[in-house]
Ligand binder design. Structure first.
Ligand code: ATP
Length: 313
């Protein structure tokens, strides 16, 4: 089953047709275009019951996230073994394509199609662990990250600009991020990270939770594939404490250039390979999953889901 999001930033009819011809020559293929938000999840959730071996996505991280959630909460329910689920195939068609790049795929969709066909012929797939966010009475899986606080506010603001017809360029993210940092700093709720294996960390204004490494997301501008995308069993966290603009500017420069390796220090809270932890805030805090803004809540628990899916790559 090939899911195409025709509205994704870099998906166009030419790429779609190349992919359909190339995949269609190798396997029996059904093409489904998504017509609305949530459509990819609904289609992917029927894939196993309808006998598909794999679900391919041509789109951005949002559509991949939907497909993954559909596969893991399938209409036929009950399948807990990843080897019994349809495999996932990702062809980058969005703006950032963080998950595709973390998998080591080329960012060019035609080149990525070539790489996927090779994997298909060789029967080569990779087991990928996902993250799961649980809040209030809801839960959702993510393929590379969740962001809380400042990060999610920036994602929300950029989504608002896109709703008004403007493109989500890297410059727009940086511009929005700087404006939000300066304007809304005082009103931002403070968060605490707690879990069974470590001392609670307080005073965090932005947190990134990742099933690979938070640097895959935060540093997604430098050329990928990243050396951190191991999709290990546990979850990582990067939390930022309040700091002045000079310290923040120095940190951003270090992240983007990685001139002195990855940053550390008292302004940063870092966790590695944890099975579960909770982030709570003094009042509702914004959060996003895989780059899509989801809303606000006072407490979210994050749980690792190792070996959740096979990905052809
Ligand atoms: N036909 C459609 N019309 C409007 N929205 C859609 C449609 N099909 C899918 N969507 C939604 O569009 C959202 C964004 O798409 P997607 O993530 O694929 O592309 P993108 O935003 O360009 O890429 P990235 O996430 O890398 O920035 C998805 O969350 C999906 O739910």
């Amino acid at each position: 089953m090939l899911l195409v999001n025709p509205k994704a930033t870099t998906t166009n009819p030419r790429t779609r047709d190349v992919l359909i011809r190339a995949l269609g020559a190798a396997v029996d293929l059904t093409v489904e275009e998504t017509g609305y938000r949530g459509h990819a999840a609904a289609l992917a959730s029927t894939a196993r019951a309808r006998g598909y071996d794999a679900v391919a996505v041509l789109g951005g991280d949002g559509t991949v996230n939907e497909a993954v959630n559909g596969l893991l909460t399938a209409v036929d329910g009950g399948v807990t073994d990843a080897s019994e689920r349809p495999a996932l195939i990702v062809i980058p068609g969005g703006s950032a394509n963080v998950f595709a790049r973390a998998l080591g795929l080329p960012n060019d969709p035609v080149e990525a199609t070539g790489a996927v066909l090779e994997a298909l012929h060789e029967g080569r797939s990779r087991s990928v662990g996902l993250g799961r966010a649980l809040w209030e009475d809801q839960s959702r899986y993510f393929t590379f990250c969740s962001g809380l606080g400042y990060d999610a506010e920036v994602v929300r603001a950029v989504e608002g600009l896109r709703g008004a017809g403007r493109k989500a360029t890297p410059a727009r993210y940086v511009n929005t991020a700087l404006r939000h940092y300066l304007i809304t700093d005082k009103r931002r709720p403070s968060m605490t990270v707690s879990g069974p294996g470590f001392t609670p960390a307080e005073g965090v204004f932005m947190a990134i939770v990742s099933n690979t490494s938070p640097w895959t997301y935060v540093g997604s501008h430098p050329v990928s594939p990243t050396p951190w995308a191991s999709f290990e069993t546990g979850l990582d966290l990067l939390g930022l404490r309040r700091m002045g603009l000079p310290a923040m500017t120095a940190l951003i420069r270090q992240i983007l250039t990685q001139s002195d390796g990855l940053p550390s220090g008292r302004n940063l809270v870092q966790l590695h390979d944890e099975p579960e932890f909770t982030i709570s805030a003094e009042r509702p805090v914004a959060f996003q999953l895989d780059g899509d803004y989801l809303g606000e809540c006072e407490s979210i628990t994050f749980r690792a889901t190792p070996d959740a899916l096979q990905v052809l790559v």
